[in-house]
Ligand binder design. Structure first.
Ligand code: ATP
Ligand SMILES: Cc1cn([C@H]2C[C@H](O)[C@@H](COP(=O)(O)O)O2)c(=O)[nH]c1=O
Length: 219
């Protein structure tokens, strides 16, 4: 990726929380690494965290999620385990370093889309609980859009799969719909990306860095 500028970013009172969301194989991790690399090149201190696997304890909880899922756990149990994993991730990794930007590869919208899919009445209570216990709310969400055919092609090309990756078209559509509705809750602004090309990426980066500078000039 092109090195745009190397001026020193302004000091910030708190990190900018950038969340990358989307269904499995939508390109979140690829995009997150490009964004991290570009921001680092511009002199930002950046931390990239993968929810739910991005800290030692979170990884243990993720393995528990997979194990109990295999045994047919109650969906609410799965919900609480994802919250537990995120709590560990936040406390072990997110709140410990002095950084300008934290990029989360998945965050609270994933829980709405996957665990609370058909329970829109539970979304606000969940968000309030998250806000109360962690205080870490997204400043911007980048939503990676994907069609079902591409999902299937990318899924088939994968060597390693877990139960979350094996979903029917109906389940895929339900998760997407939940994402779309959750993004309308005004938790934070969001940008939608779909098959990102180089030019679109440069524009996206400009948008992101403008928002980061804007936040630091308002603290
Ligand atoms: N813009 C793109 N164009 C074409 N292929 C892409 C693009 N972005 C990602 N891919 C490919 O799609 C696959 C999934 O990408 P990636 O791992 O980044 O997605 P993800 O959303 O993080 O997936 P998961 O949710 O399973 O972790 C990879 O094989 C990657 O190379
Ligand atoms: C954070 C979070 C994740 N999930 C699911 C979604 C994915 O299938 C896996 C995580 O693996 P990936 O490599 O990021 O695709 O976990 C979930 O169901 N709920 C959540 O809150």
């Amino acid at each position: 990726m092109k090195n745009i500028a190397k001026s020193q970013p302004e000091a910030q009172a708190r990190p900018f929380i950038l969340v990358i969301e989307g269904i499995d194989f939508s390109g979140k991790t690829t995009l997150a690494h490009h964004i991290q690399g570009t921001l680092l090149n511009q002199g930002y201190r950046v931390k990239l965290l993968h929810d739910p696997k991005g800290s030692k304890n979170a990884q243990v909880i993720w393995e528990t999620i997979l194990a109990v899922q295999e045994m047919g756990a109650n969906p609410t149990t799965e919900f609480f385990l994802f919250l537990a994993a995120r709590n560990e991730l936040i406390h072990q990794e997110a709140l410990v370093d002095d950084v300008h930007v934290i990029v989360f590869d998945r965050f609270i919208f994933s829980t709405i889309a996957y665990q609370l899919t058909d329970k829109p009445q539970s979304w606000e209570p969940f968000l309030s609980t998250h806000r109360f216990f962690s205080g870490l709310m997204p400043d911007l969400c980048i939503y990676c859009d994907l069609d079902f055919n591409t999902f299937q092609l990318r899924n088939q090309a994968r060597s390693k799969q877990d139960l979350f990756d094996q979903m029917s078209k109906n389940r895929f559509k339900a998760i997407q719909l939940a994402y779309e509705k959750a993004l309308q809750l005004h938790v934070c602004p969001f940008l939608r990306v779909h098959h990102l090309e180089q030019d679109d990426f440069l524009e996206l980066m400009k948008n992101i860095t403008d928002r980061i500078s804007n936040q630091s000039s308002h603290v």
